[in-house]
Ligand binder design. Structure first.
Ligand SMILES: Nc1ncnc2c1ncn2[C@@H]1O[C@H](COP(=O)(O)OP(=O)(O)OP(=O)(O)O)[C@@H](O)[C@H]1O
Ligand SMILES: [Mg+2]
Length: 258
């Protein structure tokens, strides 16, 4: 279970995020980046954040701590901006919070070279989860004290939007040609040799257990939240074994600097 925190104060919107994440204070007096159930694709985006974020952490990537943030929509009443007010009013209940990394900067591939080993691990992981949102245009990586942190795993696991076709969808290759780290000769083979055996059924059960039931309830075709948890685990387990051979677009060059 993720730690449960109550949102006590809306501080400001984070303008860079397409889904209008907000900076929020919790009842533990910490500052969180809050992602709302009332935004865009709603709770499925948040499920993806939990599954992929918690998997990343367990595979040894730097990934800010995740919590659930309980929101009383009353918090939105005093917001002067209509867009923010509507988002808060439409997101009562359980939302997602991520530790705010103060002092972190957005990643710039031109300013911060990465080793083939580290690039390989991140590209392999993104191939596993089918992340289409780590391009050089929008890297969704932060740098703090010379270290890379992964954020924003909402646009992953496309198969979760069509469960009957999930197996076929998860069998598809991963095109890494636009990946933010494609220019650093990512050693995906070495990454796969280390990481793939660690993506086990037990690990995925542990990771999917972190998803709050309220984001899983009522999914058509699934009787219980645990059935849906297993559906999230299955394609990742199947992909881990062979995805390294199905990464395309690395071929020694990239679309950098366009
Ligand atoms: N944990 C964090 N610590 C510090 N800054 C963060 C954190 N999470 C996000 N940010 C900042 O907020 C921005 C938006 O966050 P994020 O990318 O998760 O939102 P999004 O709405 O999913 O974005 P996108 O436009 O990529 O879909 C990031 O680019 C980053 O600058
Ligand atoms: Mg983002």
């Amino acid at each position: 279970m993720l730690k449960e925190v109550i949102a006590t104060r809306y501080i400001a919107p984070l303008r860079e995020g397409g889904s209008l994440p907000g900076l929020v204070e919790g009842d533990d007096l910490r500052t969180y980046v809050m992602k709302f159930t009332g935004a865009g694709q709603g709770r499925k985006t948040l499920v993806a954040e939990v599954v992929c974020g918690e998997l990343a952490r367990r595979l040894g990537f730097r990934m800010p701590r995740l919590v659930t943030l309980e929101l009383d929509p009353v918090l939105g009443l005093g917001e002067p901006e209509q867009q923010v007010q509507e988002l808060l009013r439409g997101s009562g209940g359980t939302n997602l919070g991520m530790d705010f990394l103060s002092g972190a900067l957005g990643y710039d591939p031109l300013a911060f070279p990465v080793s083939p080993q580290e690039a390989g691990r991140i590209v392999w992981f993104d191939a596993l989860i089918n992340n289409v949102d780590r391009s050089w245009r929008n890297p969704n990586l932060l740098v703090r004290q010379g270290e890379l942190w992964l954020i924003d795993h909402g646009a992953t696991m496309i198969w979760q939007h069509n469960w009957p076709g999930a197996e076929a969808s998860a069998a598809r290759p991963y095109d890494a040609s636009d990946h933010a780290l494609a220019r650093f000769a990512p050693d995906v083979r070495a990454a796969a040799a280390d990481l793939a055996p660690r993506v086990t059924e037990d690990l995925l059960a542990e990771v999917t257990a972190e998803i709050p039931d309220v984001w899983l309830d009522g999914e058509p075709g699934f009787d219980t939240p645990d059935d849906l948890r297993r559906a999230y685990a299955r394609p990742l387990l199947a992909r881990a074994a062979g995805i390294a051979e199905r990464i395309t677009g690395l071929g020694g060059k990239s679309k950098e600097g366009k």
